[in-house]
Design a protein around this ligand. Structure first.
Ligand SMILES: Nc1ncnc2c1ncn2[C@@H]1O[C@H](COP(=O)(O)OS(=O)(=O)O)[C@@H](OP(=O)(O)O)[C@H]1O
Length: 864
């Protein structure tokens, strides 16, 4: 199949999905794609962001399927708009620039590689956009081969290519403007490959104008570009108000290399989505001043510098306030020696983290010093030197901060990683709110404007539409770190923020504010509640994190694979069989959860991956620290040994796959499936054995067929019986986070009847050596009725009496009910297994057989 044919099919499927979602949600969306063009248009230079309907999976837990799922849980129900970005290649610079903006603005998007030369695609997209009122943003960039003039196919718009332009200005009457304030940017525009637009149709209005550069062809020629354009000026960004063919569009006459295009792009998305994807006008900024006590002699602030800082701050605060107030965070000495010498206010000192008492001792000294010198001690905000202990998290620091300083807020640029900056996030750990910190280019060693790395122009560029400006534009809350020396000498810190505020004020309608750290942090997590819970990563995957991760900690002991369940499918048998292999080991049992760690789906996760008394059950504690206490086997060889954990309730957990993939992206995942009806029944019997009140009181049929108004305990038992059996839904979730070749799906019935052959497959899947011969090591125990470990002398070691219980067979009525209940899910599972190239287990074939028999029966009935 050619790429074009495949893309066409893919696109058709995608659009059908989007279309059906539009109908479902009745949300209008915008959808941007490349403009269609004359035959000479090069899609290699085009990339199109498109807004469409949202993707969000309905949770099977939110709606219990009663009596049969009204909406099968695999149906996508869209609730938020999504941008669809069509790029010609994944290496497209323009595509990457667009994605960077969408990510920074927290707009959901989906990227597709598309060939715009295909007329069929264009027709399909046009039809889609017209029908669902989806807007289009297109970029046109001239090449050497572009004809000087060309007409856009199907639209009354003419393009003039390869121009050198100057003096760009924002057209004040453009209805597209939201963040952007009209203004003029004097001087030449970057590049000589600009395209401008002309039209006689009133649907087009200019958004940006420029003039031909003096001496360039066409300069001063007095073009008449059309009714929506100013005579003699070139329109380099135009908006189509949809009066011609019903589709609203915005066209850019170049990529996003020019800073003003980035600003206009954000407004264009907002305009075409009727403000559904839009940034508010408020921006909060906090500027920390660090290294108060440790600046080199001669570079520290003097009294005049302090006065200048305060004056500037007060004057700006008076005017609306446009220059943020600064909240001074003192401390952060670079070494412990300096720390001791200066006893700075919040000098937590990088080492030694493992020694909580010495950390506490030093903090107490620092606090005393602060109190003696009337330095405020009640801000609840601190930063750590080099981000040590904040991320990756060291419990000792968090504890000491809380106990000595009552710290409630900190900031770091390390979570989840330093780069790319736009991915930085916040989280809350141990009741301390950690905010993302942004970079502003003022490093400790940068003292003079003229010595700015790369030259002063670099700083001015960053302020004037570059990185610093974009940080403020795209983040509702920005925290910057500066250093004392930046406010002495030539006062580069002041220069930077005063100019930044003035640039923001001249080009945008943004309102700049500041707040004390605690209020700012509350605001941050109100805006981004989804960031509250952290997502732990492996500290050894990032060199910077590894460097600040305490020396006595190691990442070698993280699991290489996980048995994730679901419960009652034979996970304990698999666990026992795996441990018989000389290269495979696991955690030792815990008093509460026996062999299961249950880290990712319980409160243990919130304790973090660091080990302390509080984090006793955290994963790394199991795999790292408990070995210190002799609880965990020390591996003989880290690279050939296979550590694993088995927690059977991971399988249906919403959070686990995401959390596991963040910490253990390379881990292999093993899941076992038995007939979901048998699984439900086994769970019910398990609960009876544990004297669960509802399980003892109600029959199995009562449980599975309980209606919406049934008692809570009954409904809860029903959920736990039925929901883990929605296999396709749960598997799809795992497959969103792990590639298919890292996931093994075992037929649990086969494990029960022929464990040796299953264990051979498992060994192959894991790549574990040496090969272990399970057919010699396992034997069928007729008394137990299951396969068990064969011990020396012919004795057997079987699982305890809670595995392989004796109970009456399931009633026929319940089986019929459950077969119907799981019918659709089993069909979905068969499709999924087919997609993965996996054989169907015999229980699934039998269930599918029932489906086709029922269909036949229904059809016959209908005909007769
Ligand atoms: N070799 C062997 N020995 C004992 N039991 C075996 C074995 N192989 C599979 N099974 C089946 O495993 C079922 C228990 O599954 P789990 O271990 O996953 O249960 S749990 O979720 O950990 O409680 C258990 O379910 P019940 O029969 O309902 O007790 C068994 O059917």
């Amino acid at each position: 199949m050619t790429v074009a044919v495949r893309f066409r099919r893919h696109l058709r499927r995608l659009l059908l999905l989007l279309a059906s979602c539009c109908l479902l949600s009745l949300l209008l969306s915008a959808y941007f794609l490349f403009s269609n063009s004359t035959p000479s248009m090069q899609l290699g230079q085009s990339a199109e962001p498109a807004c469409s309907q949202p993707l969000s999976m309905s949770s099977p837990y939110r709606q219990l399927p009663y009596p049969y799922p009204p909406n099968p849980p695999h149906i996508h129900v869209h609730t938020e708009p999504v941008v669809l970005v069509l790029v010609e290649s994944q290496y497209s610079q323009l595509g990457q620039d667009i994605v960077a903006i969408l990510e920074s603005a927290h707009f959901q998007f989906r990227m597709e590689i598309a060939s715009g030369k295909d007329t069929w695609n264009r027709q399909l997209l046009h039809q889609y956009c017209t029908e669902y009122r989806v807007g289009i943003i297109g970029f046109y960039r001239s090449t050497e081969n572009s004809p000087p003039l060309l007409k856009l196919r199907g639209l009354p718009l003419v393009l003039k290519t390869n121009q050198a332009l100057m003096d760009c200005c924002v057209v004040s009457s453009s209805p597209l403007l939201h963040l952007t304030k009209p203004g003029s940017d004097r001087g030449p525009l970057p590049g000589e490959d600009w395209t401008s637009f002309y039209s006689n149709h009133s649907t087009y209005q200019a958004v940006l104008h420029a003039r031909a550069r003096e001496g360039a062809p066409g300069a001063g020629s007095g073009d008449n570009p059309g009714p929506g354009f100013s005579s003699g000026l070139q329109a380099t960004v135009v908006q189509d108000m949809g009066l011609y063919d019903g589709v609203r569009r915005v066209f850019f006459g170049q990529g996003l290399g020019y800073w003003l295009h980035k600003l206009i792009l954000v407004d264009a998305i907002s305009y075409l989505t009727d403000r559904k994807l839009s940034l508010g006008l408020d921006r909060h900024i906090l500027v920390d001043i660090d290294d108060i006590f440790v600046g080199k002699e001669g570079t520290r602030m003097n009294a005049k510098d302090v006065k200048a800082l305060l004056e500037r701050r007060n004057s700006c605060a008076h005017r609306s306030p446009t220059l943020p107030s600064t909240w001074v965070s003192l401390g952060n000495s670079t070494t412990q020696a300096q720390c001791r010498r200066t006893r700075a206010m919040i000098c937590s000192c990088a080492t030694p983290f493992h020694n909580e008492s010495s950390l506490l001792e030093q903090m107490v000294l620092n606090k005393q010093f602060a109190l003696e010198h009337n330095i405020p001690v009640d801000m609840g905000y601190a930063v750590a030197p080099h981000h040590s202990g904040v991320y990756p998290v060291h419990m000792q620091l968090y504890e000491a901060w809380r106990r000595v300083w009552n710290i409630r807020v900190t900031s770091t640029e390390e979570y989840p990683h330093l780069k790319p900056a736009r991915y930085r996030k916040g989280f809350i750990h141990n009741n301390i709110m950690v905010l993302p910190r942004q970079t502003c280019g003022l490093f400790t060693h940068t003292i003079y404007y003229k010595e700015y790395p790369g030259g002063p122009k670099e700083l001015d560029k960053s302020i004037g539409g570059g990185e610093l400006f974009l940080t403020v534009l795209l983040n509702p809350i920005s925290i910057f770190m500066t250093h004392l020396s930046n406010y002495g000498n030539d006062r580069l810190g002041l220069y930077t923020f005063v100019h930044l505020a003035s640039f923001v004020r001249s080009w945008t309608n943004l309102q700049l504010h500041t707040l004390p750290p605690l209020q700012l942090a509350h605001k941050y997590f109100q805006l981004f509640p989804e960031q509250r819970n952290p997502l732990w990563q492996n500290p050894c995957d990032d060199k910077r994190h590894k460097d600040i991760w305490s020396k006595e900690k190691t990442c070698d002991r993280l699991p290489k694979f996980m048995v994730v369940g679901p419960q009652k499918t034979g996970t304990t048998a698999l666990y026992l069989f795996l441990l018989m292999h000389s290269s495979i080991s696991s955690n030792f049992p815990s008093p509460k959860t026996y062999e299961e760690v249950q880290f990712f789906n319980t409160n243990n996760y919130h304790k973090g991956i660091d080990c302390s008394a509080a984090g006793l059950y955290s994963l790394l504690c199991f795999f790292v620290v408990l070995q210190v206490h002799g609880v965990f086997p020390v591996p003989s060889n880290v690279s050939t040994d296979f550590l694993f954990e088995k927690s059977a309730n991971y399988f249906p957990s919403e959070d686990t796959p995401r959390r596991a993939a963040a910490l253990l992206p390379k881990a292999k995942i093993i899941t076992l499936l038995i007939n979901p009806s048998d699984r439900a029944y086994s769970w019910y019997q398990h609960q009876r054995a544990h004297e669960d009140h509802a399980a003892l009181k109600f029959t199995f049929y009562d449980v599975i067929s309980a209606k919406a108004g049934a008692p809570a305990e009954l409904r809860s038992l029903q959920n736990r019986c039925l929901l883990p059996g929605l296999y396709s839904t749960h598997l799809e979730r795992w497959l969103t986070y792990y590639p298919a070749n890292q996931v093994m799906i075992i037929d649990g019935h086969q494990l029960r009847s022929d464990p040796a052959s299953v264990m051979d497959e498992v060994q192959k899947f894991l790549g574990v050596t040496p090969h272990f011969n399970y057919s010699q090591a396992l034997t069928f125990d007729p008394q137990k009725g299951f396969w068990c470990q064969l011990l020396e002398g012919g004795k057997t070691k079987c699982l305890g009496k809670s595995k392989g219980r004796k109970y009456p067979p399931m009633e026929a009525e319940a089986r019929v009910y459950l077969s119907r209940y799981y019918r659709e899910h089993n069909v979905e599972l068969s499709k999924l297994l087919h997609r993965l190239g996996q054989p169907l287990p015999s229980w699934l074939r039998e269930e599918l057989q029932k489906v086709s028999t029922t269909h036949l029966y229904t059809n016959t009935n209908t005909v007769s």
